[in-house]
Design a protein around this ligand. Sequence first.
Ligand code: AMP
Length: 540
Amino acid sequence: MLQPGLMMDRPLLVSGIIEHAAGQFGDVEIVSRETHGPLFRYTYAQCAARSRKLANALQALGLGPGSAIGSIAWNNHRHMEAYYAVSGSGMVMHTCNPRLAPDQLIYIINHAEDEVMLFDATFAPLVKGIATHCPKVKAWVCLSDAANMPALEGLTGLHCYEDLIAPHPEHYDWPDFDERTGAALCYTSGTTGHPKGAMYSHRAIVLNAMSGCMPGVIGISALDTVLPVVPMFHINAWCIPYATPIVGARLVLPGPRLDGPSLYELMETERVTISAGVPTIWMALMQHVEQHKLKFSSMRRTAVGGSAMPQALIAKFRDDYAVEVRHGWGMTETTAAATMGFITPKDQNLPRDQQHALLAKQGMSLFGIDLKVVDDNGATLPRDGVSQGELMVRGQWVMSRYYKSEQSALIDGWFPTGDIATIDASGRMQIRDRSKDVIKSGGEWISSIDLENTALQHPGVAMAAVIGVRHPKWEERPLLLIVRKPDTSVSREDLLAFLAERVAKWWVPDEVLFVDTLPVGGTGKVQKNELRKLYGGVFS
Ligand code: AMP
């Protein structure tokens, strides 16, 4: 007969994180870029105290356990306080992506039944446009002090955050409840149909945040200063705002300034050691650093994911700037990272380019996560690095069904990701494509990610996107869209010759188009559905 464990049954709750930080690392600093410009500084102890004030203020507004509180906000200290106040008091923190189309934003606010919206002044025009369509929202709270409130005359229920929390005490007894309770809600980007909600439990968040601190994951300790560029409005900023307080790392929040020069300046002046973001952010940063012949004086690691990190950029970070790259994979439905790639001891003696190629894969599953790839019939494919099929994931921070859906999202207990992947013998997973982006040419598959990665190795290429375009004979053929680096003149013929030397002959795109920009969506990914709309018929 199984024996019961005789340990205390203490739940894993988000409130425990901030109170731990207040108690153990009370004087460790949080630096936050205010929406109106200056840097604001305070400590974990002050953050905890203000979270408790906000919890009291929300209660005074008549909200209670299970209420949903929305946010449309940058990475800043008030948003961080809300993360803890809302979830810690048993409410649900619904982070909204401001880059969603307004009708999608209205949809998710109504679907989540948000009763309060916290928003940054930047988004005042957005709020003005959507407020009358969100009947359940009774308070619109601008994350600001009185001096910097935007003009929003006529908005019913408008509050200034600082005025709202000011009268309330710093004392609040965080309630204890089941760790499987919903803590935070985030909707998928909804490129097809309505966005769908993933409700993260306290347990999932705490476990993922602890995992993120581990040396082989993001690897955060009290010695670090961490700058999450990845937004708090999507997938919990990869749980970094929950991870740094666990270990007492200094936290730097960049607010609205996410351009290369601003990020570089923040990294240097605040002596940032670890940062995290999507590849498009790092491309912009690297362009700035290269153009001005700068160096990183404190940065030692960057965590990257959200879309494939090009091998050429990995090489640049590692070889030219001595910044280590951690490349991970995750999705809205997996709370934050589910895999992470790093150079293991057995890889250390490989030539550098082979190491970069390993890091261009999406890494190994984290402890707590299982991965497999399956064929069209659901049969598990071998871990040989070649057999590709749909990636299936299960684990302690993987969603089981979408918010308000009666139906399980799982197949035999596994979440089907919609990503096409391989797993090699050492467990490294590689995303070959989104299933809807993979190019089917003459019955064979061409990986758009592989082609983009190869094109990005050309020194004249700033951004690359490959889409499958309808073709009368082959069903689909690849079309390559290129944004040139400033002051370069790479030609169609150069690029096709460059690719022909590096990929199978039948993978070489049929056409190359040069464009000024590529459409980038709310989460920093190139919007291939937009490209398909524009260019999907060029061969027919
Ligand atoms: P989202 O839910 O918006 O974060 O999107 C999740 C999707 O982003 C995944 O299913 C992948 O298609 C893609 N993705 C995330 N991380 C990576 C990565 N490191 N490389 C390639 N694709 C990625």
